[in-house]
Design a protein around this ligand. Sequence first.
Ligand code: IFM
Length: 494
Amino acid sequence: MTDSPARPATTIARRGFLALSGSAVAAALAACTASPSPTGATPTPTPWTPPAEPMTFPSDYVWGTATSAYQVEGATTLDGRGPSVWDTFTATTANIKGGATGEPAADQYHRYEADADLMADLGVGAYRFSVSWSRILPTGSGTVNQAGVDHYRAVVDALVARGIRPAITLFHWDLPQALQDAGGWTNRDTTARFAEYARVLFDALGDVEADWFTINEPKTHAFVGHWYGVHAPGLTDPDAAAAAVHHQLLAHGLAVQAFRASGAKGRIGIALNLLPAYPTDPDATGGAERVDASENRLFLDPVLLGAYPTDAIGPYPGSLPADATAFEALQLTGDLDVISEPCDLLAIQYYGVTGVDANGNTVTIEPTSAASWQQIRADGLYDLLTRLRDDYPQIPILITENGMPDPLPAVTVDDPYRIDYLRTHFQQAARAIGDGVPLIGHFVWSLLDNFEWAEGYAQRWGIVAVDFVTQERLPKASAGFFSDVIAANAVSPD
Ligand code: IFM
């Protein structure tokens, strides 16, 4: 995710629709789309208070923390790594707050052992990290860089040695620049290159019991990177965004097929950022359904139901304003069968909600964090989870990101707001489990303060602070809170 840039204004004069609001961008940015039902927008939550006794989780519930390669690794030119779109994008200093780059980030390339110790001390059961594609295949395809493979083998071994389950994301937005030069995700061939890359990793690491995530937040990468121009590769073309949606989803399906064919151990799924959309009044229901379609169903339906929704793309407020006919033309026979290749789990990333007004514009209805796109509402998580239970039944759900930034850019270890955020979200997760949601685990974003994309180092999302000069790790109060929750496998009312 990123801070909320202004969504490109879309005025459709012929039909007289209004320009889209900037807050619609925030909605799309919101790291994770909730999936409203195919039949309607998310209902207004009913008030709920936690029980007086601690709420316990299933004995095999997974508690984890998460990061991604470009955000924490640094070492962007070491050991044969090729350049990615984020190296290119950050080279233009105006793209990123403070002119920051992914160098040195949290230097985890060199510090993964110490970070694994840190997680073991906290009692974390799983660590979600991503692999840098251009460390494995420096030009995205062809000759494998063994040093890159060896690095991730060492990371996985360090985790397993401490009893921490690896949760491996294949693509967290850092496309090799050479593939971008050939059209990136607008080029169908990138899907075959992704499957090639995935096969290398399944062969190299598939002996380890792990969770695999194909694509992280395809919505954010498509919309923010290809439509808003705020993330790499910095395009401002809704049709490119639509192509990036389809091709990322197709790449996901191809990788799932490759996973099955490889015989790799573990489970596989896709990580979708979902965003519950609440109509602000009865006239806003239609607009909220369109926001739901573009934010949530555009990703959930093809993966889990094998069909795209018909109301996600087009010249209407809340929709992705691309050419729907051109989007259909990208879909070749059999694509949706590949995209809906059965997964073992659905990974969801939840940060908050959006309101939608009678004009179909997204609006702020809840307090925001330092990330202006983030409207915090804990019971939105419950609504999202129960909606997934009802509309996409029987697939286990894993929350692979959930968290908030500190209010100020300075290092702090005193973060009562984050404790409150985590406590209330854990409560809603426990509530959902009690109501039959097959939720199997919860990862906090993030383990460490890190490079927050267009925000550079100005937004700190870690439960562990990082001094980016000394690389010292300083656990925040929320890390202690999280550790206590893990130890008890329960969350108390306050
Ligand atoms: O930092 C991001 C992450 O890369 C993807 N999900 C949202 C996080 C916070 O913005």
